[in-house]
Design a protein around this ligand. Sequence first.
Ligand code: PMP
Length: 410
Amino acid sequence: MNHPLIDRLAADERVQIFSSLQDSGQSPYYRTMTSSTGATSNVEGVDRIMLGSNNYLGLARHPEVIEATTEAVRRFGSASTGSRLLNGTMSLHEELEAEIADWFGTDDALCFSTGYQTNLGTLGALVGPRDAVVIDEYAHASLRDGLRMAQTSVLTFRHNDLDALEEALVAARGGSPDQVLVVVDSLYSMEGSLAPLAGIADLAREFGAALMVDEAHAMGLYGPTRRGWVEETGTVDAVDVTMASFSKSSASCGGFITGSSELVTGLRVTARPMIFSTSSVPAATASSLASIKLMRTDEGAARTEAVRLNSLLLRSELGQNGIDCGSGHSGAFWSPIVPVPIGDDFRAVHVWNLLLERGVYTGVAVHPAVPATGAILRLCVTADHTEEQLVTAARAIADVLALTRPDTAL
Ligand code: PMP
């Protein structure tokens, strides 16, 4: 018999919904991948077009990345067996941090085992109860959770709305905080929208607030040297704390902060996930390093261009099939994340299953990950998708949407 605490957890609405989906065999969650991730992936024994991974540059099965990772495991073994503070700092970690600082032109960088821990540790160390943090309503959960850890006062502003940001900054200042920090993602993971960073940076400066930008999805995709949206928008000097994750374009696992030596040294000795959690394993550290090195080469540039063209192609194919993916990003402003609005959660799950049967794996977001009746398919293109795959997928999506239209009897 379970303790009542466990019974209470089991009765949670989310658990109930998940269990009924699992029982019906229709759950889009926790499905089993049976190969590495690429333009196609083997999902439960069947090859499908993979439109649901963050492997934007297609590096997850790149031979150079695999070779560097294998070599690191041979040399450093399987584990790091301690936190960075103690025995968990290997020359690989230092090499990776030096590579990032060199790329970003910053004093230093600090790598954590996951992007989630990076945000948790950084915000937990940087701000506290006497400060105020102003954050975009769609900022990633790891940023939100970092603010909980910091026990700071939080003001949320409407997504990408500069007037709302200004109002929030006025309100924050009204509480006479010690310091104010503005926190935003650059490329939003569900909506595929890009932050108006120049305006955000101006406001932060005007109010004397510090600015932290999460570049998890944008690193490798934007800017003359592909460092991210901060570089593309010319706001490098206005950003105090730059964060990114290794789990998207850099095809690994981990995250980092880069900036001044004072920031990095401060986090090195105060960020709790840095001190109390084991450092990233040699395989992950080496694949991050190999991917970052590749991203800086001409091949990296060519892969970025391929994702851009593929994202425009998928949007245009969907558009030609009558599917409106929102205002979108055309020309210079594109996004590898293409959200297809579905609306109802049950319809979204049904659509997802029909697409899987037709050989297309997509991401799906239902409430509470998105607002109620705001369910979406989250499509992500990679550099390796072929035109044929994207055209096939767009047609399949259009067919399935037509088949499941609310006015279509099933
Ligand atoms: N920030 C953003 C914007 C993210 O989307 C994510 C994860 N998807 C994270 C941080 C956390 O990164 P990780 O998956 O490396 O823990």
